[in-house]
Design a protein around this ligand. Structure first.
Ligand SMILES: [Zn+2]
Length: 382
């Protein structure tokens, strides 16, 4: 469920078997196999599993599970494991989303945001800020996978910074205003400034606008032509008190800032960008615009065409800075996280077999699994 690129063998075994067997049948003439082919028991079993996995959306699998393979009943698509995967994974995802907790549902949605996984892939380089120490990386992997962040951090344990109750998933740690909250913001502003400078974009820091301290963390000149762009970096934890998984809190935060600062900036002859990121690493629409512009500028500098991957490293530097700030909060805000043992680090979502061939998911019945209400109750006011 963490999207780390690993697929359980049970999930793909039926499609692998079916595509292999049908490929053999399709090529029997090419290899000179003239004998009558009787589908083995594995074919029937795979057809039953695939019927379950695809939710009956591919009717032929039901026929294969009750009768033998009729001539001409399969196509070239059925010989492709990739084709089966394109039908199975959306169904598994639907089941997962309908059965997991509200918190996991929100997290899974935000993990699909643009750039949300881009902190996992950069080649580590300390000089560019593209590296994590082992503790940071392990902590962030737990965070992404929805594992418990602490063995002893129950809701009755107070936060060492503010005294509010903690929670086992780290929701309070990343929202506590006294736990590296402003340091996290500054880390991202610093990284963005460095990246803009590397793209030869002139900038000013902490620029008051019409006598107000905010909103320009960075005032970037010539990033998107004129007028200059006031960038107000925004980092939001998407687990919401309303538990409304339909509302994207990160995009909403950007819209909120636009309502407050668009006119102020316009009156000062500036454009405004709220540049929002989630604590899971995803980039909201304004942040995507900034990063796209930076990539375009870097491509121009090096004489490359738009869409060239040369600027990917620049945007990775920004996302890595977001996640380094989150890691610092999780490490410091859940003080016993380093005491978590492998048996404690169980995901709240567990893959199960129902015994009828369908390997689905259900919510773990672990007593330690906090409800969304507990998570929310443990958050500081935003
Ligand atoms: Zn706190």
């Amino acid at each position: 469920m963490g999207g780390l690129g690993l697929t359980h063998a049970r999930t793909v075994s039926a499609s692998a078997y079916m595509s292999s067997f049908l490929s053999f049948v399709a090529r029997r003439d090419d290899i000179g196999y003239a004998e009558h082919i009787v589908p083995p028991i594995g074919f029937t079993n795979s057809a039953i599993i695939l019927t379950e996995f695809t939710g009956g959306t591919i009717p032929i699998t039901k026929s294969w599970s009750t009768s033998s393979l009729a001539a001409g009943s399969f196509t070239k698509d059925h010989c492709s494991q990739h084709w089966w995967a394109s039908h199975i994974f959306p169904q598994i995802k639907l089941r997962l989303m309908s059965r997991c907790s509200a918190r996991d549902r929100i997290k899974l949605q935000r993990l699909q945001d643009p750039m949300a996984g881009s902190w996992l892939t950069p080649v580590p380089c300390e000089a560019l800020g593209l590296s994590f120490n082992p503790t940071e990386f392990q902590t962030l992997l737990r965070w992404r996978l929805g594992m418990r962040m602490s063995a002893t951090c129950e809701s009755i344990t107070p936060c060492g910074k503010c005294g509010e109750p903690l929670d086992i998933f780290g929701d309070h740690a990343v929202t506590c205003k006294l736990n590296n909250y402003h340091a996290r913001h500054q880390l991202v502003v610093d990284a963005l400034a460095r990246v803009l400078k590397s793209a030869n974009i002139p900038l000013e820091r902490e620029v008051p606008i019409n006598g107000k301290e905010r909103p320009a963390d960075i005032l970037a000149h010539r990033l998107q032509g004129s007028p200059p762009l006031a960038i107000d970096v925004t980092i939001v934890h998407p687990i919401a008190t309303s538990c409304d998984h339909l509302q994207n809190r990160v995009s909403s935060a950007e819209l909120y800032k636009h309502r407050h600062y668009d006119k102020l900036c316009h009156d000062a002859g500036l454009a405004f960008n709220a540049c929002g990121f989630s604590t899971f690493g995803g980039a909201a629409p304004d942040a995507q615009i900034v990063m796209r512009k930076i990539k375009q500028r870097i491509a121009e500098i090096h004489g490359k065409a738009e869409g060239d991957t040369l600027g990917d490293q620049a945007t990775e530097r920004i996302i890595v800075s977001v996640m380094r700030g989150v890691a610092a909060q999780l490490i410091e805000g859940t003080p016993s996280a380093d005491q978590v043992t492998p048996t404690d680090m169980v995901s709240p979502i567990t893959e199960v077999s129902s015994g009828d061939g369908f390997m689905g998911f259900h919510e773990s019945m672990q007593p330690q699994t906090a409800s969304i209400a507990q998570c929310v109750a443990a958050q500081c006011p935003q």
